[in-house]
Design a binder for this molecule. Structure first.
Ligand code: UFG
Length: 347
């Protein structure tokens, strides 16, 4: 849909976007997906201001010239940040993201993910900013009834993290109706890998995600990788996930922003590669990439893990003129491994 309308004027339009004084404000800009998105925004000539409380993010991952250190739950601090810049649009990442922790401490999740988001919306309204891209999650689907998952699949989250994401999507729908807010929620499947150029990358403390954990085991930083469940109704009994490269995710944010600015984006897009890999397949890919032994221990299921989550990304590919460049697992793992080795040397 996009390419036909845009072919002739695309270059002009992009240089126009780059020429405006308005910045894109990226909350959670020092985090994993936020920092990669900033890199892609800069590559498109956009001016950016990052906002982060640095509780989980890292200052050195922020490649734009402005970083405001503030917590999204601090309305006054946020107001000061919003008043300092001319902001044309917001990409809202700032959130707590650990599913297990959200079960143990739901109040923390609702406070940060909902109150923080509401503060952002309040300030957008105060300053007449009408465009928001929201970092949502496949966690809104809960235990899916069918695979691959389309956006029309019922949302039935099974943990406070997923519920906080779903609730905020609904808040956006209401704000769209009431105030004319233009919004897009991007439901990510499993973000993986690191910046292709090796400038920035994934650094979670503590790390809970499969690929970096397996690579840490390969590097000898962990004694083994524990597989959470080998009795799922999947190809080899282990959990299936759709791993999407973080640069592809980041480019999808830029594409969604441009689409909503041009007035034709849908409210929700699934972002994955449309292909599922089991935990065993991930470990095998890591063995091939690293050439190392990776000791494995089989353990019980992790509570709340669905057997399989695989995206149907057709809507995003059709509307946003976007395609994942990484369409198989091994090249994704390669970028993660390269980053981990470089990052280990740095720290
Ligand atoms: N896994 C293991 N051992 C580990 C870690 C993970 O076997 O040490 C398995 C999990 O059981 C799952 C797969 O590897 O089958 C992927 O697990 P991750 O923790 O890497 O990712 P999740 O699929 O659990 O979570 C991701 C995002 C969440 C998001 C969720 C959507 O990290 O933010 O997808 O359901 F909410």
């Amino acid at each position: 849909m996009r390419s036909a309308r845009h072919q002739t004027s695309l270059e002009n339009e992009n240089s126009m976007r780059g020429m405006t004084d308005e910045r894109v404000l990226v909350t959670g800009g020092a985090g994993y997906i936020g920092s990669h998105t900033i890199k892609q925004l800069l590559a498109r000539g956009r001016k950016v201001v990052a906002l982060d409380n640095l509780s989980a993010g890292h200052r050195e991952m922020v490649l734009c010239d402005e970083l405001v250190v503030v917590d999204v739950t601090d309305l006054d601090g946020l107001r000061q940040a919003f008043s300092r810049y001319r902001i044309g649009a917001v990409i809202h990442f700032a959130a707590h993201t650990a599913v297990g922790e959200s079960v143990e401490n739901p109040e923390k999740y609702y406070r940060n993910n909902l109150l923080g988001g509401l503060n952002v919306l309040r300030l957008m309204q105060e300053r007449g900013i009408r465009t928001l891209i929201f970092s949502s999650s496949a966690a809104v689907y809960g235990e899916p009834r069918s695979i691959p998952i389309k956006e029309a699949h019922p949302a039935a989250p099974v943990n406070p993290y997923g519920r906080s994401k779903r609730m905020f999507e609904e808040i956006l729908t209401d704000c769209g109706t009431a105030y004319g807010l233009q919004h897009v929620s991007l439901r990510y499947f499993n973000a993986a890998g690191s910046d292709e150029e090796g400038q920035i990358g994934e650094r979670h403390e503590p790390e809970t995600h499969l690929i970096p954990i397996v690579l840490e085991a390969a590097a000898g930083l962990r004694p083994h990788i524990e597989i959470y469940g080998t009795d799922y109704p999947t190809r080899d009994g282990t959990g299936v996930r759709d791993y999407i490269h973080v640069d592809d995710l980041a480019r999808a944010h830029v594409a969604a922003l441009e689409a909503v600015e041009d007035g034709y984006a849908a409210p929700v897009y699934n972002l994955g590669i449309g292909r599922g890999y089991t935990v065993h397949q991930v470990i095998d890919a890591c063995r091939r990439v690293t050439g190392r032994e990776i000791p494995v221990v089989e353990g019980p299921r992790r509570p709340g893990d669905p057997p399989a989550l695989v995206a149907d990304p057709e809507r995003a590919m059709g509307d946003l003129d976007w395609r994942p460049r990484f369409t198989t697992l091994e090249p994704i793992v390669k970028t993660a491994w390269r980053w981990m080795q470089a990052d280990g040397v740095r720290s």
